[in-house]
Design a protein around this ligand. Structure first.
Ligand code: PLP
Length: 386
């Protein structure tokens, strides 16, 4: 077992949680245990590992680190964020109902509506900017409440504590997708969530070089159920990918500080630009979720979206293809800045009518602000917007 880092501050935890020098060699970094199986001295007699789907030492180091940095007891790593979401829904049985946020990552919506509806799980969608909007959907079949904050891509804020209170009142689990904030900015378990989900592909990995998902919980029974699903359905990450995320975690705080600093400067630059109509960023004092964000987040993050005053697809496409440093691509949370068109890229799987009803227009542009020099980034946006 790795050292107990629970009393340390976050920057120390990020570097030391889950890892310790290798007992045999003194290697500072956890080795990549690139093996599918482990020798046994007699049937069932082994050193804690028998087969890498069930467990692998590199994955174990990562899972311990994930638990520690989210202030949880147990971590589980999956082959993608979506695979982690899939595992949570497999806690349910046909007939069970889920109340999910109406504004969330398109791939989560697709998994719920196109895959799990078929298996008899029912999903309701509520605007979770106000936790009270959940109540009308609650009945005796409600087993899970699913939220994301800040949301992708509209940067709406959900009050985790308020939603946790509603979840407890009906005996449902609360799962919070914490991908946008990362554990450095927000720890949902501290506010009453039962399960925290990450697409570690984003800020935890941080370098756009790995796809991986994570769940963190406190409850042993919930962990046992999720571990059973992880091992039985098999969507586990390989040791090399676990290593990349373990390495990424060590600089999360340093990267996030710069993402947040650059994010704030770009949010203010865009807001004062005459060709920009609306900027969505939860650090503005007049953002509807500002007070809640201040309560549950340490800083406001490096994700923001905006709309131009010229609402034509041609103009949106022109800006999207005019940036030089900022790359047009899916994904977010890496050291490099990315620009994205949610309506046709990350959120294309949400029916247009549904998408527009939730405030996600055809003209919205999303930015994942990287950690490049701020003046270069602002100059790039200035020349692209024109
Ligand atoms: C990317 C993303 C996911 C899905 O994660 P993958 O690693 O791409 O499978 C889930 N939630 C949010 C908020 C995301 O941005």
């Amino acid at each position: 077992m790795s050292q107990n880092t629970s009393s340390y501050n976050i920057a120390t935890k990020l570097i030391h949680a889950g890892v310790e020098p290798d007992k045999e060699t003194g290697a500072i970094m956890t080795p990549i245990y690139q093996t599918s199986t482990f020798a046994q001295s007699a049937p069932g007699v082994h050193k804690g590992y028998d087969y890498s789907r069930a467990g692998n030492p590199t994955r174990a180091a990562l899972e311990n680190a994930l638990a520690a940095i989210e202030n949880g007891q147990y971590g589980l790593a999956f082959s993608s964020g979506v695979a982690a979401t899939d595992a949570v829904i497999k806690l349910l049985t046909p007939g069970d109902e889920v109340i999910a946020a109406s504004d969330m990552y398109g791939g989560t919506y697709r998994l719920f509506s196109k895959v799990f509806e078929k298996f008899g799980i029912k999903f309701h969608y509520a605007d979770m900017k106000d936790a009270e909007n959940i109540r009308p959907f609650i009945n005796d079949k409600t087993k899970l409440i699913w939220t994301e904050t800040p949301t992708n891509p509209l940067i709406n804020i959900t009050d985790i504590e308020a939603v946790a209170t509603v979840a407890k009142s009906c005996g449902a689990w609360l799962c919070v997708d914490n991908t946008f904030a990362s554990p450095y900015l927000q720890n949902p378990l501290d506010f009453g969530a039962d399960i925290v989900l990450h697409s570690a592909t984003k800020y935890l990995g941080g370098h756009s070089d790995v796809v991986l998902g994570a769940l963190i919980v406190n409850n042993k029974d919930l962990y046992d159920q999720l571990y059973f699903i992880q091992k039985s359905t098999g969507a586990v990450p390989g040791p090399q990918d676990c290593f990349l995320v373990l390495r990424g975690i060590k600089t999360l705080h340093v990267r996030m500080d710069r993402h947040c600093e650059n994010g704030e400067k770009i949010a203010n630059f865009l807001r004062s630009h005459p060709k920009v109509k609306t900027v969505y960023w939860c650090g503005f004092e007049d953002h509807p979720g500002y007070e809640v964000a201040k309560k549950q987040m340490r800083k406001f993050g490096g994700m923001l979206s905006f709309e131009l005053t010229d609402e034509s697809i041609e103009e949106v496409n022109r800006v999207l293809s005019s940036t030089k440093i900022i790359t047009l691509a899916e994904s977010l949370g890496g050291v490099e800045s990315l620009i994205n068109h949610p309506a046709t890229m990350t959120h294309a799987s949400i029916p247009r009518e549904e998408r527009i009803k939730n405030g996600l227009s055809d003209y919205l542009i999303r930015l994942s602000i990287g950690i490049e020099d701020i003046n270069d980034l602002i100059e790039d946006l200035r020349q692209a917007i024109g």
